[in-house]
Design a protein around this ligand. Structure first.
Ligand code: PLP
Length: 345
């Protein structure tokens, strides 16, 4: 069938997902947890299977209450979604669709931009300075939504809590959104987070179970915001977007604090070793507080192809709006051994 999509969709560059290597150890393209999920997740999912013939709880009440308690906010301030990606689309539809403006960094997390275009809003992109968000310039720009990804993807850089708070309080955007997908891996997650601003209803904070909790394949994220914002989003969402198995897995993952601490510790230690491997091979590496590093290279396709020949898949920067770089996720011990081996050739 030859059909044209709506005119505002024609210029949209599609999302290009990372490619998996032949095994887990070499799959460093998508910032997945190299240590996997908590063992408690498999048990919880196995138990929940008995009820898969029943629709899930639309609001994931048990998980929502647990998250509210974790962050010291009211349950009405929490919304659980099918990955934070669903929540990013809901924000665009509710607050920017049909002619609004969505402010983000350049390069941005691709979904912030894609959700804007799809909903008929205009993405406005402000180049990074020194690989970090230029919050001072962004604050002066009028917009309906403003995204700050902290730590940022694809650079791994952070802005301080004070800088974020100043941005949230002075920005001309109606709704500042702080995406904290990687906050667990920051030097000081408690100091870095904007959760206090979300609790006070001054900003929206996005979190995901895809990174530190290792549930990328189940699709689970949430946001914390003013109860009024949550209520608008509740009213437009697909009611059963978060399945039973996913809700059960999320609760189990949230309760396994030891696993989370292990993943954090592994990520910080191996991030340094990964960066060291590339810098001693002569590459410049952007200092990262996430579970990946950005490696600068004059020949991105050649570096990606060379690593691929040694069983390591990485994300080419061109797919992330940052040509001349590759993004490499923090590996396992075996994955790191393979990177070393490849870089010695
Ligand atoms: C990985 C990532 C997410 C997580 O998205 P999910 O849909 O929850 O898997 C959100 N934001 C950023 C910036 C990310 O890199």
């Amino acid at each position: 069938m030859k059909v044209q999509p709506r005119p505002w969709l024609t210029g949209l560059a599609p999302y290009v997902p990372g490619v998996h290597a032949v095994d887990d150890d070499g799959s460093l393209a998508s910032n997945e947890s190299s240590l996997g999920a908590s063992a408690a997740v498999a048990d919880a999912v196995a138990k929940a299977v008995a009820d898969v013939h029943r629709y899930p709880d639309p609001l994931a009440t048990e998980l929502r209450d647990a998250l509210a308690e974790e962050h010291g906010v009211a349950s009405e301030q929490v919304l659980v979604g099918n990955g934070s990606d669903e929540l990013i689309f809901l924000l665009a539809w509710a607050f920017a669709a049909h002619g609004g403006r969505v402010l983000c960094a350049d390069p941005a997390y691709r979904l912030d931009e894609i959700s804007a275009v799809v909903s008929g809003a205009e993405p406005v992109k402000v180049p990074l300075t020194g690989w970090r968000h230029d919050l001072e310039t962004m604050a002066g720009i009028e917009a309906d939504l403003a995204y700050v990804v902290n730590p940022h993807n694809p650079t791994g850089t952070v802005r301080s809590h004070d800088d974020i708070a100043r941005f949230v309080r002075t920005c001309r955007a109606r709704i500042p959104v702080v995406d904290e997908a990687y906050v667990d891996f920051a030097d000081d997650p408690e100091e870095s987070t904007a959760m206090g601003l979300a609790a006070a209803g001054e900003a929206v904070v996005l979190r995901t179970f895809s990174k530190v909790h290792g549930l990328a394949g189940l699709r689970l994220g949430y946001l914390v915001a003013d109860a009024g914002v949550v209520s608008v989003l509740e009213g437009i969402r697909a009611p059963f977007s978060v399945g039973r198995l996913t809700q059960a897995a999320g609760l189990a993952a949230l309760h396994d604090r030891d696993h989370r601490a292990r993943v954090r510790a592994h990520t910080r230690a191996y991030r340094d070793r990964l960066a060291e491997a590339f810098s001693s091979a002569g590459y410049e590496v952007v200092p990262s507080q996430a579970n990946f590093i950005l490696v600068l290279t004059s020949d991105e396709p050649a570096l990606a192809a060379h690593l691929a020949r040694h069983g390591v898949s990485v994300r080419p920067g061109a797919a992330l709006g940052i040509p001349g770089a590759v993004r490499v996720s923090v590996p396992t011990e075996e994955g790191l051994r393979r990177v070393h081996h490849a870089l010695r050739r």
